[in-house]
Ligand binder design. Structure first.
Ligand code: HPA
Length: 288
């Protein structure tokens, strides 16, 4: 990002924050991003108010079918939550700093935690399509970082990434999963730019690098959240075995279909996480 880009992104974040602030009937404490095929997560909200991206300056319409663009505000188990429906991706040609604008806006609105969901391919031999994976750590192979260039106001220059995913939120998610008897595995997520799926040789490389799953999102948002001091939690729905690990070719349709099948289970888990947050007086994680 050049100084001018930073200026523009900073102005976009402020304009989007102001637009949402004016439209929302309350202040969100929880930010939730719905991944591919997971747009039903917004249906969990009570008293929902929907603000299409078209009404929010600085946020372009996502291009991929199955990703309608809107913010939905409402109560999730009494916790005021803002859901982002439809992500911006690097593979649409967007710069990482733009992809991270919704997370930056949510942080500027004062959210105390971000829960990011995504669809990912399974690499570890013990992971299977349909599994939910709590992301413990990530490897950024997107060749991009939304924090490049001049630091935006409110963002740390050199954010610590030794604990990219908040341990307190992870413990809360594991406890919620146990309570519901929903298996929740854990592992390392490799983020790539896409849009082509990986080759079998790339998957063998990612495995050797320590990746358990691979996808094309989430990391830009996590980096922006961490730079603004917002604790993050991320859950992947594994929609397929990664390239070369199963006989057939990969298709986006398969990814969306798997998302639709697992949506209810993930929704129940997220609702239970919110319930536990509500029990803690709406404080999602230790302030940091
Ligand atoms: N690779 C990258 N991104 C993905 C995949 C995959 O196999 N499945 C869902 N998103």
């Amino acid at each position: 990002m050049t100084a001018e880009d930073a200026e523009r992104i900073g102005a976009d974040v402020e304009a989007a924050r102001a637009a949402l602030y004016a439209r929302l009937p309350g202040r969100p404490t929880l930010f939730l991003v719905a991944g591919s095929g997971l747009s039903g997560l917004a249906d969990l909200l009570e008293d929902a108010v929907r603000v299409p991206f078209a009404d929010v300056p600085g946020i372009p319409e996502p291009a991929v079918a199955g990703h309608p663009g809107a913010f939905v505000f409402g109560r999730l188990e009494r916790v005021p939550a803002l859901v982002q429906l439809g992500r911006l991706h690097l593979y649409e040609g967007h710069a990482p700093e733009l992809v991270a604008v919704p997370a930056r806006v949510a942080a500027a609105l004062g959210v105390r935690a971000a829960i990011l969901t995504n669809a990912a391919g399974a690499i570890h031999p013990l992971l299977e399509p349909g599994d939910l994976l709590l992301i413990d750590d990530h490897i950024n192979l997107m060749w991009g970082n939304p924090l490049l260039g001049r630091a935006l106001p409110g963002e740390e220059r050199f954010p610590d990434m030794s604990e990219p995913y908040d341990r307190g939120l992870q413990a809360l998610a594991m406890a919620a999963a146990l309570e519901l008897q929903i298996p929740l595995k854990r592992g390392t997520y490799a983020a790539v730019a896409g849009p082509s799926y990986e080759t079998p040789a790339e998957i063998r490389m990612l495995r050797r690098l320590g990746a358990d799953a691979v996808g094309m999102s989430t990391v830009p948002e996590v980096l922006a959240a961490r730079a603004r001091g917002v604790p993050a939690l991320a859950i992947s729905l594994l929609t397929n075995r990664a390239a070369g690990l199963s006989p057939g070719p990969l298709s986006h349709e398969e990814v969306l279909e798997a998302g639709r099948r697992a949506e209810q289970r993930l929704g129940r888990l997220i609702r239970q996480i919110a319930r536990r947050i509500a029990e803690r007086g709406g404080e999602p994680a230790a302030a940091r």
